[in-house]
Design a protein. Structure first.
Lengths: 201, 210
């Protein structure tokens, strides 16, 4: 699939199609237009990767929460207020010095929306879905991540309704940081496995 | 009856670039958020299941030429048309997602686990082989993982079976497993060593004992 390059000025044929469909579905009583605005607002302002970053930072700070997260991610994550659509059945997988986890959906674009929000374009793209399972080191290199040869890679293809959250390794030199400072180091890509957390400044 | 998914991409030789994207960059055209929201709002009506949506998307003949929200839009148009929702005598929607219930509806989600009615056939550590044949309907066993031998890594309980749920044949819940494969089992010995294992989540009917 190509990257979208639609112009933003004139009304595009796609814009017209969406408007036509929206109008007829509202007219027929299937859609509340205010609900559309509420859905867009939810994913623009409330449900995104900062949710997942809070989960990871808590796991870094609280050994008991970490154990709970690895044993029953759905419940542990819900305890922080994050639950629901496309996060109904969560599994957290933890990176270590010897093991790196990488998440993909080769069949469509399954993604843990409740903790990461809407998936990025590359996650839904054909090249990522095709190559992540077969050439993970090549894919990681495209994200600027070079893993030691000795590190094992564990790839999770999300083919059912289980959704995976990667718990990256806590960066060194962060012992003095608060949980919220730590959350700021947790990138979206580090929770998919295509990136690593930021180093503290 | 033939059924062809154009979305089963794992392991294919697709050389296009993977372009990283900043965290806040959610949409790339003004129609995309509306298409996303329309898809979710219509999904909430209960006129079709999420597996029917996936089947509608993956069978688009021009799937590979479309951007992702274009796929969503084309599939939504198809689902609306095929559901009969727009004919004059159409029945009222089973449910209507109202603005005031959006937050609660998203937070609730739609859990897919069901109470088991029989014991699981496999346990963690069991060696299993995936089915070779590709059924003539929506299914969730990727092509690269067909006819392969792996090990059960997790048992997830009994989940709604995508194959039947996509075909309007009901939920028919089945035990769901994470099955882990060594890279050589999937791709052979000819490729550069990645030191990787790959898993899929597979319902019990996809698996047989070894």
């Amino acid at each position: 699939m190509r990257h979208d390059e639609h112009e933003h000025d004139a009304i595009s044929p796609l814009q017209l199609r969406v408007r036509a469909l929206e109008s007829v579905l509202i007219e027929k009583g299937y859609v509340d237009p205010a609900a559309l605005d509420a859905l867009i607002d939810a994913y623009q302002t409330k449900i995104g990767p900062r949710n997942g970053a809070r989960v990871v930072a808590r796991a870094w700070c609280d050994p008991q929460f970490r154990r709970w997260l690895l044993a029953d991610a759905t419940a542990a994550i819900a305890s922080l207020g994050f639950s629901g659509r496309q996060g109904e059945h969560m599994v957290a997988v933890e990176n270590s010095a010897d093991l790196h986890n990488l998440v993909v959906c080769t069949l469509c674009s399954c993604y843990p929306w409740s903790v990461l929000g809407l998936p990025p374009t590359w996650y839904k793209s054909a090249p990522y879905r095709a190559r992540a399972v077969k050439d993970p080191r090549g894919v990681l290199r495209e994200f600027g991540v070079e893993l030691p040869e000795s590190t094992r890679i564990r790839i999770w293809d999300s083919t059912a309704e289980v959704r995976y959250l990667v718990v990256p390794q806590r960066p060194s030199g962060t012992g003095h940081l608060s949980e919220s400072d730590l959350a700021a180091l947790v990138t979206r890509d580090s929770m998919i496995g295509t990136g690593l957390p930021r180093a503290p400044t | 009856m033939s059924y062809r998914s154009n979305a089963d991409l794992g392991g294919q030789e697709l050389r296009g670039a993977i372009i990283p994207e900043p965290e806040g960059e959610l949409f790339h055209a003004p129609w995309e958020p509306r298409a996303m929201a329309l898809t979710l709002a219509m999904g909430a009506t209960g006129l079709w299941t999420i597996d029917m949506s996936r089947a509608a998307r993956e069978t688009l003949v021009n799937y590979g030429d479309l951007g992702y929200y274009e796929i969503w839009l084309a599939a939504l148009e198809k689902l609306v048309s095929e559901s009969g929702a727009l004919i004059e005598s159409a029945i009222r929607p089973p449910r209507l997602l109202r603005a005031e219930s959006v937050a609660a509806t998203l937070a609730r989600g739609t859990p897919f686990e069901r109470a088991p009615v029989r014991a699981a056939r496999f346990a963690v550590g069991d060696t299993v082989r995936t089915r070779v044949d590709r059924p003539a309907h929506h299914t969730r066993l990727p092509g690269y993982a067909r006819g392969k031998t792996g090990v059960v890594a997790r048992v997830h309980g009994t989940h709604v079976f995508a194959d039947t749920n996509a075909s309007g044949l009901g939920e028919c819940p089945q035990w769901l497993y994470t099955v882990e494969f060594d890279e050589r089992e999937l791709w052979g010995d000819g490729l550069p060593v990645q030191r990787s294992t790959i898993s899929v989540d597979a319902w019990e009917p996809y698996l047989e004992p070894v």
